[in-house]
Design a protein around this ligand. Structure first.
Ligand code: SF4
Length: 65
């Protein structure tokens, strides 16, 4: 799994960082998403996919390595 985020699209809702803090964080400067782990460990895959689905502006993309 490879994760990418579009910080330009992010509206800083923070739901991804709350749901999967090992993968997503929020910038203290602008509140937008910061990608902590681009290739999450297998036990984080399900939660990472859910976070992508729940992002209100579809700023998270999950693909193959
Ligand atoms: S869920 Fe989407 S809009 Fe909210 S902080 Fe994460 S990437 Fe940004």
């Amino acid at each position: 799994m490879r994760v990418t985020v579009d910080r330009g699209r992010c509206v800083g809702s923070g739901s991804c960082a709350l749901a999967v803090p090992d993968v997503f964080d929020q910038s203290p400067r602008d509140g937008r998403v910061v990608l902590v782990m681009q290739t999450p460990d297998p036990h984080l895959h399900e939660a990472t996919e859910a976070a992508a689905d729940f992002c209100p502006v579809s700023a998270i993309t999950v693909g193959e390595r």
